[in-house]
Write a protein that binds this ligand. Structure first.
Ligand SMILES: N[C@@H](CCC(=O)N[C@@H](CSS)C(=O)NCC(=O)O)C(=O)O
Length: 297
């Protein structure tokens, strides 16, 4: 672990880098409640994970690029800090309204990678919601407020995501995985970007893609997670919403194969180039818009 990102942790108490040097929110970070057995609520989850009443989760969809955006928040924290994973520019107003209606404070707009098929909503979010910080991997070579690396943890309140490098679709792809501490969600959730799709995976024919790397990434960084870990990809083209590590290890038609067969499959996908690639990649290298003029919601 090289860095921690804590919402509301005083700089006096945190010698790692922190976003909000503030006052009295340390207890929400330092006091870890034990798991609440047999105490489960449905609250925007597809399953009923433990701590579902403490944390909020929503899966959102952008239909033109078939992109999933994920909203996570610690609603037990006084400020209800929240993050968005893979927001899309076209659906930023929807996302901002939802965040507003739920009384959340958006802290991070994160990307799993530099997308080729749509423009990220990160820059627009920074312009519409004061204080929002963009996050992407250092390996992406993109510009953002925070560049994360393997093992980093991104906190909103008590909730945290670990960064796992999963290159192969692009050189800078990461998977964000909820923590495995007792006060985290159980089962864990893996936001796999385009590394692992449900019964599929990201293409490897541009942006530093490599089928050998992708095979290694998925097997070493995702398939080693507990089998019940929920898999939430950045896209779905078949109508799926969620899978599990166990399911993908058993049924993924590409990644269950040996490496040589996998490489052959990836070489023969014959997919058309994403329509927006020439616009999207340069825009996403600066997370949509790096230094917008702040406005209020
Ligand atoms: N038709 C879409 C692009 C579809 C596509 O290529 N999707 C990518 C992820 S977004 S770069 C992919 O990896 N697909 C894998 C697959 O097996 O479908 C467009 O024109 O934007």
């Amino acid at each position: 672990m090289s860095k921690f990102h804590h919402l509301g942790v005083s700089l006096f108490n945190c010698n790692k880098f922190c976003l909000f040097p503030s006052n009295n929110f340390c207890s929400s970070f330092t006091i870890a409640k034990p798991p609440i057995k047999n105490h489960r609520f449905q609250m925007g989850f597809h399953t009923t994970p433990s701590h579902a009443s403490k944390y909020l989760f929503r899966q959102l969809f952008e239909k033109d690029s078939s992109t999933y955006t994920y909203l996570l928040a610690d609603v037990s924290h006084p400020q209800k800090p929240a993050l968005l994973i893979d927001p899309v520019d076209k659906t930023v107003d929807r996302d901002v309204s939802l965040i507003h209606e739920l009384g959340l404070k958006l802290v991070y707009a994160m990307n799993t990678h530099v997308h080729a098929d749509h423009v990220t909503g990160t820059g627009l979010l920074k312009s519409k919601v004061p204080g929002v910080k963009s996050v992407i991997s250092k390996a992406s070579s993109a510009k953002a407020d925070f560049l994360v690396d393997s093992g980093d943890k991104i906190f909103v309140g008590d909730l945290f995501l670990e960064v796992r490098p999963t290159p192969g679709h692009t050189a800078g792809c990461v998977t964000y995985v909820t923590g495995d501490d007792p006060n985290q969600l159980e089962p864990r959730m893996a936001f796999t970007g385009d590394a692992l799709l449900i019964r599929g995976c990201g293409r490897t024919d541009f942006q530093g893609g490599s089928s050998a790397e992708l095979y290694k990434s998925v097997h070493s960084q995702i398939f080693t997670l507990p089998e019940q870990t929920l898999v939430y990809p950045a896209h779905d083209y078949k109508g799926f919403v969620v899978s599990t590590v166990g399911e993908e290890k058993q049924y993924n038609p590409r990644l269950t194969k040996d490496e040589e067969t996998f490489k052959g499959i990836m070489e023969n996908l014959k997919l058309a180039y994403p329509k927006m690639i020439d616009v999207a990649v340069p825009a996403n290298m600066v997370c949509g818009l790096q230094d917008p003029v702040p406005t209020t919601v």
